[in-house]
Ligand binder design. Structure first.
Ligand code: CTP
Ligand code: MG
Length: 230
């Protein structure tokens, strides 16, 4: 049995700014998307045999050529993404083979530096029987719930909160059922599974799996890469 990886990479990266869509922005001379693919490939225990990448419409051919050298023996398909992240994942999911895959990973191109150990933990948990798995890290800020005019409603107990990363791992038929349902307002794929009443399991994530979101995140990314290359 093997794993398929869906990479939503179709966002523009409004908060990051710049000319090119975020997945094409470079760190250490290579795009975030290339770093993300290489990271997944390095997780050999995942047995990745299939990549499906959702990209900004019109860039499909360019991305196919760009990534071909990095996928090894795995298959590579590239599809136009949609308006929301959920639409992009759904478009990619339609291309994942229905046979021979026991785990589907959904991994943000923008979390380009996730360590191998995190990827392998997620896949191992799915293979051990958890239908939906997310890597998490503790929340360091105090989080408050606020009303529409900015007044604090309450302060959830921080020890019961975690920040969620990717790759998220799923038993394939569950992910398909989750995406067949209404996806409005979903900010990750696990949330769609929760809406079906499925219990989502957490595994330990990593600070290195942070999402490149704002310009200063590129500085952190450069420094992680430099550390790994030294
Ligand atoms: N994504 C996608 N399709 C969309 C929106 C987002 O495939 N319609 C992808 C992004 O490319 C990214 C991941 O989902 O890899 C997480 O999204 P985010 O970090 O929010 O990226 P952007 O939406 O590009 O950034 P911003 O919200 O700042 O515009
Ligand atoms: Mg976004």
């Amino acid at each position: 049995m093997s794993t398929a990886a869906i990479i939503p990479a179709a966002g523009f990266g409004v908060r990051l700014g710049g000319e090119a869509p975020k997945a094409f922005r470079e760190v250490g001379g290579e795009s975030l998307l290339v770093h993300a693919v290489r990271g997944l490939r390095a997780a050999t225990a995942a047995d990745l045999t299939c990549f499906v990448i959702a990209v900004p419409p019109g860039s499909e051919d360019v991305v196919l050529k760009l990534l071909e050298p990095y996928v090894g023996t795995a298959t590579l398909q590239v599809v136009a993404g949609g308006t929301e992240r959920t639409d992009s994942v759904r478009a990619a999911l339609d291309l994942v083979p229905t046979e021979g895959i026991d785990c589907i990973l959904v991994h943000d191109a923008a979390r380009s530096f996730v360590p191998v150990a995190v990827i392998e933990r997620v896949v191992a948990a799915v293979r051990s029987g958890a239908p939906a798995v997310v890597p998490v890290v503790p929340v360091t800020d105090t989080i408050k719930r606020v009303d529409p005019v900015g007044k604090v409603v309450d302060t959830p107990d921080r020890s019961a909160l975690v920040a969620v990363q990717t790759p998220q791992g799923f038993e394939p038929s569950l992910l398909r059922r989750a995406h067949a349902a209404e996806g409005l307002g979903a900010t990750d794929d696990a949330m769609l599974c929760e809406r079906l009443g499925v219990t989502v399991q957490t595994v330990e994530g990593s600070e290195d799996a942070f999402k490149v979101t704002r310009p200063r995140d590129l500085i952190l990314a450069e420094s992680i890469l430099a550390e790994r290359r030294s």
